[in-house]
Design a protein around this ligand. Structure first.
Ligand code: NAD
Ligand code: DAU
Length: 348
C-alpha cells in the first residue's frame, strides 16, 4: 500500500509518519510537507533513511502540483494532517488558514477522487481534525460525535469547513473517507508557540510564562504518541464514512497545568520547589477564547479498542525530559522568525 501522509514534518504528523514507517515495513509512506515555520525535517532524522520512507516537498494549495503527484505515485490512501494549526496566528492572519486548511483539503479531495475514479475499493481519505470545531463547553458536558459544529475562531472555522468538505465528498461522490476529531496534544517535537512547549522553553530560559486571562480555561490533554496510535486504529479498523472523537479524559485548567509543569521543571533542573512558579505572568486574554474542551472518547475506546497508554504525569515528565535533552532542536526552532513572532504576540 502507498500512503500519502500530509504535514508529516509537523508535530503530530512526524509521530504518525514514524509509527507507520516502523510498524508497517510493507507500506510505502510518502510524507508531503511544505516545510512552513512549523515543519521540521529534524523531527524525522531517525527514520529518514528507511527504505519505505519518501519525502516530497510541496504545497497542498497548489492544485496542479497535487494532481501531478497523485498521477505519478498513484497513492492508495491519504492521511491528511497538513494545516495551519495555531489559533493565535489565525486571529492575526485568517486567510492563510482558508488557503491551507480549506482550499488545500479540497485540492487533495479532488486529486483523490480523480485518481480513484471508477474504483473506490481499497482506497481511503482519512482527514485528521480537531475538537475545536464543536465550539466551547460550559462547566458541564463533553463533545460527542453528534455534537453540532460551532467553531468560534478562524482556525476552528477553517477546520470545520474542511471537515464539511470531506463528508460532502463522501455523500456526493461516494469517496471513502474517515474523520477523527482530537483534543489538545502534547509531547516531543511540539512547536514552542503552543502553551506547554512555550512554557517549558521560557522556564528553561528564566523568562515570564504568559498565561492568558486568569488561566481558567480548560483543555483535555493527550500524549501525541497516543494520538498516533488512535490514528492507526481509525485508519485500519474504523468504518468508512464514520467520525471518531479522540481525547485523553484528562482535563486541566491552564493555571493548574502550568503550576504542575513549573514543579516538574524545578524537580528536573534541581531548583528549589516554587522557583519556576514565580515566572507565571497573567497577560491579555486571547480574543474569543474558548472556555472549555472535553472529549467523550467512548466510541473509539469501545469500537476500536483504543486507549491512552500514559498518564498525564508520565507524559509530561517524558515531554520535559525530551526538551531538556534536545537543546539543539529547541535552539533551531526558536531562532529567526520565532523571535519576531514572539515579540509581536507577547508585547501587544
Ligand atoms: P503543526 O503546525 O505542528 O504541523 C503542520 C504541518 O503541516 C507542518 O509540517 C507544516 O509544514 C505543514 N503544512 C502547513 N501548510 C502546508 C501546506 N500548505 N502544504 C503542505 N504542508 C503544509 O500541526 P500539528 O499540531 O501537528 O497538527 C496536525 C493536524 O492535526 C492539523 O490538521 C491539526 O488541525 C490537527 N490537530 C492538532 C491538534 C494539536 O493539539 N496540535 C489536536 C487535534 C487536531
Ligand atoms: O483542541 C485541539 C487544538 O489544541 C488543536 O486543534 C490546535 O491545533 C492546537 O493548537 C490546540 O489549540 P489550543 O488553542 O487549545 O492550544 P494552545 O497551546 O495554543 O493553548 C492552550 C491553552 O493555553 C488555551 O486555553 C490558550 C492558553 N494559552 C496559550 C498560549 C500559547 C496561554 O494561556 N498562554 C499562551 O502563551
Amino acid at each position: 500500500m502507498k500512503i500519502l501522509i500530509t504535514g508529516g514534518a509537523g508535530f503530530i504528523g512526524s509521530h504518525v509518519v514514524r509509527l507507520f514507517v516502523t510498524k508497517y515495513p510493507e507500506y510505502q509512506i510518502f510524507n508531503l510537507d511544505k516545510l512552513t515555520y512549523a515543519g521540521n525535517l529534524e523531527n524525522l532524522r531517525d527514520i529518514e533513511n528507511a527504505s519505505n520512507y519518501n519525502f516530497i516537498k510541496g504545497d497542498i494549495v497548489d492544485a496542479e502540483f497535487i494532481n501531478s503527484i497523485f498521477q505519478q505515485e498513484a497513492f492508495d490512501a491519504v492521511i491528511h494532517l497538513a494545516a495551519e494549526s495555531h489559533v493565535d496566528r489565525s486571529i492575526t492572519d485568517p486567510l492563510a488558514f482558508v488557503f491551507t486548511n480549506v482550499i488545500g483539503t479540497v485540492n487533495l479531495l479532488n486529486a483523490a477522487k480523480e485518481q480513484w475514479k471508477g474504483n473506490f475499493d481499497g482506497h481511503l481519505f482519512y482527514h485528521v481534525s480537531t475538537d475545536e470545531v464543536y465550539g466551547s463547553l460550559g462547566e458541564e458536558g463533553m463533545f460527542t460525535e453528534e455534537t453540532p459544529y460551532d467553531p468560534r475562531s478562524p482556525y476552528s472555522a477553517s477546520k470545520a469547513s474542511s471537515d464539511h468538505f470531506v463528508r460532502a465528498y463522501h455523500e456526493t461522490y461516494g469517496l471513502p473517507v474517515k474523520v477523527s476529531n482530537c483534543s489538545n496534544n502534547y509531547g516531543p517535537n511540539h512547536f514552542p508557540e503552543k502553551l506547554i512547549p512555550l512554557a517549558i522553553n521560557n522556564i528553561k530560559n528564566g523568562k515570564p510564562v504568559p498565561v492568558y486571562g486568569k488561566g481558567e480555561n480548560v483543555r483535555d490533554w493527550l500524549f501525541v504518541k497516543d494520538h498516533a496510535t488512535a490514528i492507526d486504529a481509525v485508519f485500519h479498523k474504523g468504518k468508512i464514512g464514520d467520525t471518531y472523537n479522540i481525547g485523553g479524559v484528562n482535563e486541566w485548567k491552564n493555571i493548574d497545568l502550568i503550576r504542575l509543569l513549573c514543579d516538574i521543571m524545578d524537580e528536573k533542573t534541581g531548583e528549589p520547589q516554587g522557583t519556576s512558579q514565580q515566572l507565571i505572568t497573567f497577560v491579555t486574554d486571547r480574543a474569543g477564547h474558548d472556555l472549555r474542551y472535553a472529549i467523550d472518547s467512548s466510541k473509539i475506546m469501545h469500537e476500536l479498542d483504543w486507549k491512552p497508554s500514559v498518564t498525564f504525569e508520565e507524559g509530561l515528565s517524558k515531554t520535559v525530559d525530551w526538551y531538556l535533552e534536545n537543546k539543539e532542536w529547541l535552539q533551531h526552532v526558536t531562532s529567526g522568525s520565532y523571535q519576531d513572532y514572539y515579540q509581536t504576540q507577547y508585547t501587544r
